[in-house]
Design a protein around this ligand. Structure first.
Ligand SMILES: NC(=O)c1ccc[n+]([C@@H]2O[C@H](COP(=O)([O-])OP(=O)(O)OC[C@H]3O[C@@H](n4cnc5c(N)ncnc54)[C@H](O)[C@@H]3O)[C@@H](O)[C@H]2O)c1
Length: 250
């Protein structure tokens, strides 16, 4: 990752914070784009204080113009873009029968539309040199959970988007992959546990490796897929799930 410029949406918290910190420790110059501008500033400052290189840019990825601004800020600050990690996301389980259209629309906007706008804006600025993109999807791209219709549909959409962009942008030397975690020990999961949407004991019992994923487990996979060690891997979804999707017993 030495000197690579990596732009990370949702980089201020949870998986994105772990990924941006990890890549900075590996020598990357990271651009942290997040809806939460204060948290993004704080996280970028902590990376710089630890000797890394990071800048924060406020961004709502559902707004294509703001995505363009982030990508341009990355080029203005660091000269180019070598990689993109799309971590921004929300989780709001709700019965499908009474799901308000606005909630459906916001979920699809953040998880699917925003993923596309963010990748498109950054890719426009790395066309000559090539690069790598990693979308954070979920085991929910493959496995259906109740009360998560919009989330599951959007994540499945991103898994297909991964394949389409991979074959379309391969000729530009750009690889596109996805990392799909099962439940990760982040604030998003803590909020779901606190709201009664998730029972931690049931979840860990359902995971063959017997624990939640840690953000570092996800960051390991992201770092690998961004790196030259994955130079012939594209259009792939790598599930970091402790065996969740493999499990078919009862
Ligand atoms: N936590 C899990 O168990 C889990 C499991 C599978 C997949 N995921 C996915 O991983 C990604 C990160 O999740 P997390 O657990 O780190 O969540 P998190 O809530 O800790 O962090 C998400 C970050 O995204 C930012 N964000 C939200 N909406 C945004 C927007 N419109 N534009 C820009 N930034 C925005 C938030 O401010 C926050 O900093 C999400 O896409 C989520 O769906 C999480």
């Amino acid at each position: 990752m030495q000197d690579k410029v990596i732009v990370i949406s949702g980089g201020a918290s949870g998986i994105g914070a772990e990924v941006s910190g990890r890549l900075a420790r590996e020598g990357a110059r990271v651009v942290i784009a997040d809806l939460n501008a204060v948290a993004a500033d704080v996280h970028a400052a902590s990376i710089v204080a630890a000797g890394g290189r990071a800048v924060a840019v406020a961004c709502d990825i559902t707004n294509p113009e703001l995505c363009e601004r982030v990508a341009q800020a990355a080029v203005d600050q660091f000269g180019t873009i070598d990689g993109v990690v799309n971590c921004a996301g929300i989780s709001k389980p709700h019965d499908s029968i009474s799901l308000p259209p606005a909630d459906w629309a916001r979920m699809v906007d953040v998880q699917l539309n925003g993923a596309f706008y963010f990748a498109q804006a950054c890719t426009k600025r790395m066309m000559d040199a090539g690069g790598a993109i990693v979308f954070i999807t979920s085991t929910n791209a493959e496995a259906a959970f109740p009360r998560r219709a919009a989330y599951c549909a959007a994540k499945a959409g991103v898994a297909m988007l991964t394949k389409v962009l991979a074959i379309e942008w391969a000729e530009k030397g750009i690889r596109v992959n996805a990392v799909g975690p099962a439940y990760v020990a982040t604030e998003m999961t803590q909020r779901n546990i606190a709201a009664g949407n998730v029972n931690e004991g049931q979840i860990t019992a359902r995971i063959p490796l017997g624990r939640l994923a840690q953000p570092a487990d996800v960051a390991d996979a992201v770092s690998f897929l961004l790196s030259d060690r994955a130079s012939f891997i594209t259009g792939h979804s790598l599930y970091v799930d402790g065996g969740w999707l493999a499990y078919g017993y009862f």
